[in-house]
Structures are given as structure tokens and as C-alpha cells.
Design a protein around this ligand. Sequence first.
Ligand code: SF4
Length: 430
Amino acid sequence: MNVADSTRLSSALEQLGYRPAPQIEAADVIVLNTCVVRQSAEEKAIGRLSSLKKIKEQRPQTVICLMGCMVGMGDFSPLQKRFPFVDVFSAPSDTSRLISYLLETERLKTSDHHAAAWTILEQNDDFVLPVEMRGNSVAAFVPIVLGCSHACSYCVIPLRRGREISRPPEKILSEVCKLAEQGIQEITLLGQIVDRYGRENPVYPTLAELIRQIHPVDGVQRIRFLTSHPNWMTDELLGTLSELPKVMPHFELPIQAGDDEVLRRMRRGYTVEKYLSIVEKIRARFPFSSIATDLIVGFPGETAQQFEHSLQMLTTVRPDMTHVARYSPRPGTYSAMHMEDSVPDEEKWERFRAVETLQEKITAEINTRYLGENIPVLFEGKKKERWFGRTPTNKLVFTDSATSLLGKIESVKITWAGPWSMIGDISADQ
Ligand code: SF4
């Protein structure tokens, strides 16, 4: 979501005449887009802020904007007191405060840029790709649900990104069409619970209906969506997805814990059994699909046995990827206020490493299934002289080619498969 927000803000700034600076010290405007989902992310943002303070001291005319979940949706005066050198505090997904500030402080150089600023402030949906993405990018994120109203007991996102709001379908569709016109072939629809799209507004389509509307857009070859929630992944959604060939068979379905009691205290709203039933449904409809999950270790009161249940869960589900996090109490959340952070740090690390080791083994085993297969890969760019792209199941594949593969979908025969990436040759039978 932050990548999507940063892209939108870059695009807006470019329409106002700004261009990427060669190095941060030379920039007229610096935006620090922050994440506070875990304490380590917040500490990193604070570290970056102290280096920005030095830049502000040396070049006082530099505009410094702090954006994202560190600012949140409410009163940011405590941050103002703590970081007085910051000029603009912007809520997540909000580009208007920085643009208003640039207008008010008369920093926009031409009347065209002035007019563009007003257009963006009034419409806020005239999305064009930033310069560095134009002609170089084949994939883009499109936020469709902002905020979250679920309130899991550990999660700070509802407090920082606000309650769930679905974006109007016509804006989403027009944005997808504009992105396709600019060469984007893969669209990833974003939401904290993306499957809940449209639920709070009876005239909006469901996610399944929205994807049906996007599917025929010329130029869009692949559609993805994240993040799902087991309670909202309906049969209607799965049925629709299986009928639409542009929808990629990759699912981001967080489990968070493999123990019912821990899930209950996390306020996730489902049981292990329910989660497993959704996985079963996904695999029945999409036999060659991938599932990525999220797991928290060391949640307050998580016993060794409850953690063992999480490992068993992974062994049963065999996800392609687990994003594992050590629990850290986030200010204002239910768990931070009412539960003791009882699992010692060393124990959290041990559980973290146990999940990583197990997942690496599972992923390596799954990926060997790809050996010798011809898989369609959409190529996104070049890294260290090798072209890279993604399979429909979102696996990273590298290959050699003397000619540009950017934006091409090629059938690649997989010759090597590791846990994090694969290598292959463009199939001769193309
Ligand atoms: S569903 Fe739960 S974990 Fe996900 S954003 Fe909402 S509150 Fe946070």
C-alpha cells in the first residue's frame, strides 16, 4: 500500500514540475513514507528522520514531508513537537497536504503547475505513471479498499489508516484503463481485506464483479489481488476467479497463528478448521496455484505447544511463502493495552527461525515441481545481466536473453529451482 501511495505522490509531484533528484541532499522536496506495523519499522523511520534533520539544517529551504502510518489519521501535534523540522505531516494515501503546502508557500514555478495542483486537489484521481516507471514498468498497484475496520487485537493499521472505505468502481476502472494505455500489463488490486471490496456500499460491485469489469480491459494481461481474509473469500469470488483466465492463481491468505485459542485472542474471527477449508477450496479450483501466508510468533501468552500448532499448520497447509513476524506491541492496540508481552525476545527469535527453516524446506520442495516445466513468465526487467519476471504463481524466474524481454510473456523451461527464485531457458517451442 505504501508503494502505491508513494507512486501516486511521485506522479502528482511530477505533474507539478518536480523530477527525481540525483541524490537526497540535492532534493527540493523529500517525502518519508513510513510504516509502523512493527516496532522495528517505526525505529527505522525515526532513524531516517534524524538524517533528514541534518539536511534541513544545511538547506533550510528543503521541504520535508512525513507521510504514512507514523502520522496516521488523527492529531499529529505530538509528532510536530518531536520533529519540528518537518514541514508537512501527511496521513496515509493523502497527497493533498503536501500539494497544498507547495501551493501556499508559492513553490510552484509556472501557472501550468499551479493549475495542475488545483486539478489534482479537486479530482485526486488523474493518475499517470511517474517518469521512472514509464516504459520501464509492466506491473502496477491499484488500491481499491483503503483502511480496515476489522481491528485484530495486535494491529495498528485501523488506527493509522482509518476505517474501511472502498474506492468508487468507476475510478478504479478508469485508473486501470489509464495504466494499461501507459503499458502496464499486470494490475494488483490492493486492500487490507481486499475481498471485502464494496461491502460497505450497497451500490458498489463485489470484488468478483469488479474483477469481471476489469478483465476485458485491453492491454491488461494479468490481474492479482491482495490481501485476502479467510472469512471473506467466498465461493462466488473463487468461482468467478476460476472462470477468468487473466486472474493469476496466487493467493495471499494470512493465517497469523495455527492455534484456535491464539486466533481467538488475536480477534481474527476464524478457526484453524475454517482456514483449512478455504485452502482446500482454493486448491480444488486451482490445482497449480500458490498460497502465501502471514504468521506472528510470540503473541502474548503463546505457549510452546500453541507455537507447535503453528508449525503443524504450516506442515499441513504447505504455503509457498510465509511472511513471519515477531510480535511487538503497537501503541493503542487492544493487545498492547490489555495483554502482557509475555514471550521473551530470545524465544520469539527462536520461533521465528524455526518458521523460516521449515518454510524454506517447504518452498524448496514445492519449487522442484517446476523443474522441466514450461511456464509463462511476464518479464519485468533486468538484474545483473539477467532478465527476470514472474510466473502466474508469483515465483521469480531469471533467464538469459540477448534481446529485450521487457513486457513480454515467454514460455520458460525451468532448469534450476531454489526456494527464492528459479532459472530457466526460453522454450525452443515458442
Ligand atoms: S485484517 Fe486485521 S491484520 Fe489485517 S489490516 Fe485489518 S486489523 Fe490489521
